[in-house]
Design a protein around this ligand. Sequence first.
Ligand code: ZN
Length: 111
Amino acid sequence: MNNLPNCPKCNSEYVYEDGNLLVCPECAYEWNPAEVAEEEGVVAIDANGNKLADGDTVTLIKDLKVKGAPKDLKQGTRVKNIRIVEGDHNIDCKIDGFGAMKLKSEFVKKI
Ligand SMILES: [Zn+2]
């Protein structure tokens, strides 16, 4: 057993070390664990002022237009297993019927 984290992309357990990088054999993602540690400083605050974390489930507090999508995201849509990222749209997530997208934390609330 080792203490390597699961792959951040596909959550595979079969991650191995390659020099300074960690490599996932299942989706071929490579990353530097030191950079991930820095990302933990990224903070996302929801509409109620609660701090959001990776893996949280949130709901939308308003309808959101989605570029290129045939319909809007509806208020109350549940978004599972979010990931906090840097930037203006600081939530990385997947939404059923829409696929992968980014949201602003101010438009969601933690369940
Ligand atoms: Zn992977």
